[in-house]
Ligand binder design. Structure first.
Ligand code: 13P
Ligand code: SF4
Length: 333
């Protein structure tokens, strides 16, 4: 039985997590949208592609995944012999929710001449119905390897798919899913902010709708946004993605001013990912202590979901980002 959370009162969680990490031979992987304390103690902080690669390459016994469930599932799919823990199993994703596997399978069956290129933000079951998985940082390179006349279903993010349609001149058939966080940005408020900070470049995630991306100077994955923000000569940068990534920016460039793009009322917290927020230091400590909650996958499903993920990792082999930004020492690899 797990000890109740209230017994944590007085514990130095950072020290306890460090102790358990060593005892368990665990690697702690964190996404840029996690709270600053978790980012700071993680062995590695990255975007979805970086985290997949780390999960595939680590020789740790335990992967403590501080991100959302589909990300931890990818770690288990790629490293089935490892124990993969997620601090809160309820940490889902609105994009995953927008694409139920049965409906996706029917949609695929209705378009037998199309291949399915699927964004990594989906369940293992949807991955199993897909031909190639992509992330926001690998999609362009992967699409460039496919003939222009190849018919493609792109799921589940309609904004990301539409962005790549515009960028590559393709006409992919888009599944109508969206991220609640990136859909919350307001064009009116963004324009007000740009007027207030003339010359401040906007860096945006491609999960944003076109009416936000149209005002962006840079569009890319979380890692690409971070790299842009640090490399830009501008003193003030407007960031249109989940604002916890600003922690890495402020650490690396404390002299610069990073401003999160606003939601409709100008200062709401609607652009914070409510799923990522479920992971806390306390829950990470408990997960390392109890090795629960644990990702478990049926072997048939795992093997079927692995095929399109392997294709992504092969086809994106040349996509070596300057992903060292925000990276700390990686134990276990
Ligand atoms: P990245 O691959 O850019 O880190 O995106 C993950 C994500 O969930 C964005 O909302
Ligand atoms: Fe999913 Fe959006 Fe949260 Fe990313 S920000 S994990 S796409 S809900």
């Amino acid at each position: 039985m797990n000890a109740p959370v209230k017994s944590l009162t007085g514990l130095d969680l950072r020290t306890e997590i460090d102790r358990l990490r060593k005892e368990r031979n665990a690697v702690i992987l964190a996404h840029y949208y996690q709270e600053p304390e978790i980012q700071d103690l993680a062995d590695f902080v990255g975007d979805s592609l970086d985290l997949s690669r780390k999960a595939a390459a680590t020789d740790a016994d335990v992967i403590a995944f501080c991100g959302v469930r589909f990300m931890a599932e990818v770690a288990k799919i790629l490293s089935p012999e490892k124990t993969v823990i997620l601090p809160d199993m309820a940490a889902g994703c609105s994009l995953e929710d927008s694409c139920p596997p049965e409906q996706f399978a029917k949609f695929r069956a209705a378009h037998p001449d199309h291949i399915a290129i699927t964004y990594i933000n989906c369940s293992a079951a949807v991955k199993a119905h897909s031909d190639i998985i992509v992330t926001s940082s690998s999609a362009e390179q992967i699409l460039a390897q496919l003939p222009m006349d190849q018919k493609i279903i792109f799921a589940p993010d309609k904004n990301l798919g539409a962005y790549f349609n515009r960028k590559t001149g393709r006409d992919m058939l888009l599944w109508p899913g969206a991220c609640i966080v990136h859909e919350a940005f307001s064009e009116t408020e963004l324009l007000k902010l740009k007027a207030q900070y003339p010359g401040a470049p906007v860096a945006a995630h491609p999960e944003c709708p076109a009416f936000i991306l149209d005002h962006a100077d840079q569009v890319g994955s979380t890692r690409a946004i971070l790299e842009f923000a640090l490399a830009s000569p501008a003193e003030t940068i407007i960031v249109a993605t989940e604002p916890h990534i600003i922690h890495q920016m402020e650490k690396a460039a404390p002299h610069k001013h990073f401003i999160g793009a606003p939601g409709a009322d100008g200062n709401c917290n609607c652009n914070m990912c409510p799923y990522m927020a479920l992971n806390t230091m306390e829950k990470l400590y408990i997960a390392l202590r109890d090795l629960e909650p644990r990702i478990e996958l049926d072997e048939g499903l795992r093997a079927a979901a692995k095929r399109p993920l392997d294709r992504m990792l092969e086809m994106a082999a040349g996509t070596v980002g300057k992903g060292d930004v925000g990276k700390t020492k990686v134990t276990g690899d």
